[in-house]
Design a protein. Sequence first.
Lengths: 395, 289, 283
Amino acid sequence: MVIPSSTNVGNPSPVGDFPARDQRAISNCQSVAVGDLLPPTERRTDQQRPAAYNPASMAIIEIENLTKTYRVYQKREGLKAAIAGLFHREHREVYAVRGINLQVEQGEFVAFLGPNGAGKTTTLKLLSGVIYPTSGSARVMGFVPWERDNEYRRRFALVMGQKNQLWWDLPAQESFRLHQQIYRIPPTEFTRRLDELSDLLQVRPLLGRPVRELSLGERMKMELIAALLHSPEVLFLDEPTIGLDVVAQHNIQQFLKFYQQERRITILLTSHYMKDVAALCKRVVVITDGRIHFDGSLDQIIDSFSGNRIVRLQLAEGQTADGLSMLAEVESVELPRVTLRCARSDVTRVLARILERYQIVDISIEDPPLEEIIAKLFQDAPAGRNDVAEVEVGR
Amino acid sequence: MDDKNASQHPNYVQVFLTFARNSLVRDMMFRTNFIIEAISSLSWALMNVGFYWIVFEHTPSIGADTGWGKYEFFIFMATTWIINSIVQAFFMPNSEEFSEMIRTGGLDFVLLKPIDTQFLVSLRKVHWSSLSNFLLGMGLLVLSINELQDRPTAPWKLTPSIVGLYAVYCACGVAILYSLMTCLASTSVWLGRNQTLYDFWFYITNFSRYPMEIYRRGWGIVLWVVFTFIVPVLLVVNVPARILAQPLADNTSWRWPLAMFTIFAAIISVLISRWVFQRSLLAYRSASS
Amino acid sequence: MIAWTVRTLPQRASTWWTIYRIALEERMAYRGDFALGTLMRFLPIVTQIFLWWAIFDAAAAATGKSHLAGYSFHDMVAYYLLSMLGRAFSSMPGLASTVARQIREGEIKKYLVQPIDMIGFMLLARMAHKSAYYAIACGPFALVFYLCGDYFPAWPTVEVGLAFLLSLVFAFLLGFFLDLCIGLIGFWFLEVSSLLFIYMLLNFFLSGHMFPLDLLPVGWRGAVDYLPFRYLAYFPAAIYLGKVPSSQLWQELGVEALWLVGMIFIARYLYARGVRRYSGYGG
């Protein structure tokens, strides 16, 4: 089930092989201001890698056997048990991450997918040095994250969609100024970066407004600015579009896409929105139950986990859908439109039969929705997931 | 601010000033609230003056032959306010927020910053309105000193070195309280909800609000030993107040050893608090959502 | 009308009982914290004991008197312990602020929509709250009172004992309605937290929680006697310690009852006016 990561690293799938939804996402971005700024070609050169680690021998992120377990105390009901608990506590070990191995090259934009509590966020937190691993090792740009070296902390950023780090009652620019102090960003550099980012995200007029008065989308943009002011080389994004409306989601996707392509920074992203993933990431790592379940491109996911294709027909006037169910599984009938599902290997045969027997106005063949494929992928995960989910929810 | 001198460490003074400034901007946004808070803490303090005023209507001093007469004791009380207002203005709100951050996972962002985590956690916010009691304390100090100028028995004196020592020992007191508070707040990593801990803080520091002589009798000796040598809250106000108020003319034999011990206790407390703080970060789990 | 009231009484009683029980269960969930918290609340008493010990010593050394304002050192300690008991009945943590918040955030609507009386509901919830508190707190209280047994005078007479218990019940009710009224002011002023704080300070000082009111200079004492606060902490303790002459005992309790009835009326009035005002604005 697990596809080894090494086969895909540094070997992005050819552009012509993009699934349909990716093409759409890219064409969409032309209509957005940020999209207009997209550079015409990729400019990926190894010379742009930072100098702190040896790019010849190391990936920018190297994770080996990374494991994080939590001890969960078994709380008992009642006062007596509570007092007894002061002296002797029963606990059990719960795995959040069990032995992850991963290499990410400089300039990659990698998505972590997985059900709630699978260990995605825990992995990001380990890489950010916020929590300590139980065993295993990780290096980001040559640093061990949980040593929290100032030099390391100056070179990456973490954005969490569910938490905010800006001062709630103050205008965002005050928080940014604080960042300038903490990260020691030279004033000219700071002004330039702030201007650039606030123009790109179109929030310049909002900089002077208290954060509490901003919408969720605007607040997320401010969080992104705060995270990018010090020009991090590695960016961790944990659910950056959670709770946002479609427009705000799209804006943030387009911004991230543009920013990543222009700066060639390395980004790790977790998201529940397949649109984020489809629009941004060529490489997808599926984590379930604290383990890497799949590592490859989105196309590979579709190839490996979906043997089906969706065939959409528009029948000519007067035609009925009778008999179609003999040829393939009928998903829906809304005359004159009919949606069918059939095995990939059957597509040609089925199409030939249909064209023989029915009058067709239009026809299209698609992959099943990504959400469906991913959901199926998650379902294949081994049991024991619930334990882990408990940890992420429990405080 | 020199561009070329981008060293490994941020400029801590600059960062603190930005914190202080941001807090002031925020306080000024909610000005009414600010004034109410200031008035509240002032009236609480004044009520205490009222209480002791009444007490001193009935007795010449607190404890026989201790020398803690009305104005000596008012110096003691002013010192309590000065030290506590500093702790409340600079450390208390942050300490409360620290345990809240541990609970909600907000500590993540603090850990990401290329700056000393304890510094960032301890000084993020300044609660400016608490400094109103600092001013009140200063006022009471001046008033009491004025009254003590012509103390009939055992003339009272004020020298630059006394003022200097007073400041140093007030700083020691702040350091001891800060350390205790940091240790208590850090325990929320292990204990979770800790409302009781804040009550605990209040009740423990309550012991520091009285001259230590009152405990030196009966089974109070136990309290005196515990709160002097183990959790040294008794040193916090007593030592600086004693230096300034000079309640007894003949310096008791334990005065200087106590003063030396206070310096030692302050340093050890800060070191312990740093150790506990680091340990708590190791155990930090970072709650999701 | 009366027939209707009687007919619906069992039904209503069961409603009240349910409210009480649910509130009680909610409170009991935190009992561990509770017991520890209560025990800690006695810690300041320890410093108070030492403080007054020192004060009595100094006063005796200077003037030779062993009593201050009629209190011996032992009376003083007993007074503080008893006033804590009084406060355990009369203090209403969070009541006024909850009421004010419910008004501000429109939660008050639920009392207008559902067939429950808000004041009755609040009183029951508070009674449950307090019952839970006493169930847990009686342990620490008993322990401390036992340890400090030497400070107490001999057991009071049955009459004084009854008056003491009655004064505690009254203290609970008076404390409830005083706090409720402050909270109900929220109908007119959105921000009552400052008012609350001032009330809390006055309460602390004038109820006798901080020190026995007998220590006050004569003029002040007269004024304080005309305020309801003294019934919240000073009065029960004073009864127990025999500071209230038996000739005045029932008369004083009568005055307290009058205060109580007055406060109930004021609370009812404020609530009725407030609701009308609230509905007028359309919430």
